[in-house]
Design a binder for this molecule. Sequence first.
Ligand SMILES: Cc1cc2nc3c(=O)[nH]c(=O)nc-3n(C[C@H](O)[C@H](O)[C@H](O)COP(=O)(O)O)c2cc1C
Length: 145
Amino acid sequence: MAEQVHRLIYRSRSEIPRENREVVLAEIFDVARSKNKRSGVTGALLISDNWFVQTLEGDEATVSGLFETISRDDRHTDVSVIESTTVDARVFARWSMARISVAGRSDIPLHDVDGRIRPAAPDRPGREQQDLLTRMRNTIGADSV
Ligand SMILES: Cc1cc2nc3c(=O)[nH]c(=O)nc-3n(C[C@H](O)[C@H](O)[C@H](O)COP(=O)(O)O)c2cc1C
């Protein structure tokens, strides 16, 4: 039977001063990755100078609770939900929280678990991941420059 996964995507405006950016982001990812690992949450966080777009995947109650916590975080503001839905499978199953940049550089590797490179013919999960990353990037669109 397919796993039922809740997926929540939101966008928010960053409140992190430019000069502290890397340090604060490192703190966010440290906490996010260890907490998400413990609670079975996976996802991706897209970062631009002014915006965040985050996908959270996991058990519905866990994702809702986490989103409530994240919404109250004063390192961002104007948090708005883009999508909140049940899906058949995780798109970022291997990522407790992947870091994605607007420019297209990200820590999503092109190789599979066995280390083989497969950029030319991604499988279905690969294509779904690309589609979702494109949707996340389009969410900030022209505002990202
Ligand atoms: C943009 C953004 C994304 C975040 N993503 C996560 C996340 O995926 N998981 C997480 O546990 N915390 C995330 N956080 C941090 C939470 O807001 C919160 O500080 C952290 O979960 C610790 O909460 P606690 O002290 O209530 O345990 C994020 C914060 C921001 C600003």
